[in-house]
Design a binder for this molecule. Structure first.
Ligand SMILES: CC(C)(COP(=O)(O)OP(=O)(O)OC[C@H]1O[C@@H](n2cnc3c(N)ncnc32)[C@H](O)[C@@H]1OP(=O)(O)O)[C@@H](O)C(=O)NCCC(=O)NCCS
Length: 199
């Protein structure tokens, strides 16, 4: 490569910020172990009238019409509540999911995608997220799904640890870069590291 092209490339790289998105998969035909339910929290499916509470809990999306339409199209949302209201939720879809400007996750028959899981910080670190995700996996398996896909940025350590604890494994890693920290470029698959040879 000419020195000119090399220096242009170097400048472009300096103006680029990149994030890694990890895509995980769990085979729902493998055993799913869930422990005892968290004390004082009651599990149920979300209804349309819950969507404002879910939205307020985490700022999940900007408006609830889109969420209501998604529920009507077959998305499912499990909530955990106590007398103060909804304390955790998890949302799953059976439809292709637009993750970014350039990237729509295409689901095959039998696959579902975990759109989000959230536990109120007051309940965090007490096994609530693992229990809720385990229950969702069982519900999806009982509805006929064979694989659950999930995804997260590589620095979402708690989420990654929770998923791997529940049997998810990495399917692939995508690198999404932005030029000048604004303009997204198409995501690239990050190749797996070459395993060290024993010879
Ligand atoms: C990710 C989240 C749902 C986990 O819920 P939780 O109820 O706190 O999780 P659990 O208590 O069941 O912990 C499950 C595992 O996650 C890991 N974990 C939990 N909190 C962690 C933390 N702060 N740092 C690192 N690992 C953590 C642990 O491995 C833990 O297993 P262990 O207790 O046996 O060691 C919760 O932290 C959350 O809502 N985060 C914000 C939203 C988010 O990131 N959602 C994920 C989108 S994909």
């Amino acid at each position: 490569m000419s020195p000119f092209r090399a220096s242009i490339r170097q400048i472009a790289r300096k103006m680029e910020t990149c994030e890694e998105w990890i895509e995980l998969v769990r085979d729902l035909r493998e055993p799913i172990a869930v422990g005892p339910p968290p004390a004082d929290l009651h599990l149920r499916w979300a209804r349309e009238q819950d969507l404002f509470a879910i939205n307020a809990l985490e700022g999940f999306v900007k408006e609830t019409d889109f969420m209501a339409a998604s529920l009507r199209r077959g998305d499912r949302c499990l909530v955990l509540e106590d007398e103060d209201g909804i304390q955790a939720f998890t949302w799953v879809t059976f439809r292709d999911f637009k993750l970014a400007l350039w990237y729509t996750l295409a689901l095959e028959a039998g696959e579902c995608y975990l759109v989000y899981i959230f536990v109120h910080p007051y309940f965090a670190g007490r096994g609530v997220g693992s229990w809720l995700l385990g229950k969702l996996m069982i519900e999806m398996r009982d509805l006929g799904a064979v694989r659950m896909i999930s995804g997260m940025y590589s620095n979402w350590h708690a989420s990654f640890a929770m998923h791997t604890k529940l049997g998810f494994r990495i399917r692939r890693t995508l690198s999404q870069c932005r030029l000048l920290n604004i303009f997204p470029t198409p995501p690239k698959e990050v190749p797996e590291p070459v395993k060290a040879s024993r010879e």
